[in-house]
Design a protein around this ligand. Sequence first.
Ligand code: ZN
Length: 82
Amino acid sequence: MRKYTEQTKPHSLEIFCNCCGKQIRTDRDRIAEGVFSGHVQWGYFSEKDGEIHDFDLCEDCYDKWIASFQIPVEIKTENELL
Ligand SMILES: [Zn+2]
């Protein structure tokens, strides 16, 4: 879950894990730790036609989530990290 606050600096980004509620560390408007950002636009053949869902997960909740998968996620290694 992302929200922009104007409490400290204008439009500071705050991100919270939707699963456990933990605040994700950010440095100004940059994410400063592992986070999974989910976005899906449900289409006509779903039960949620027209709905757009957005959520963020901290790395711990992501690990717990994928551990419940019947088929493991595909893991590749990126050679050049920017
Ligand atoms: Zn979490």
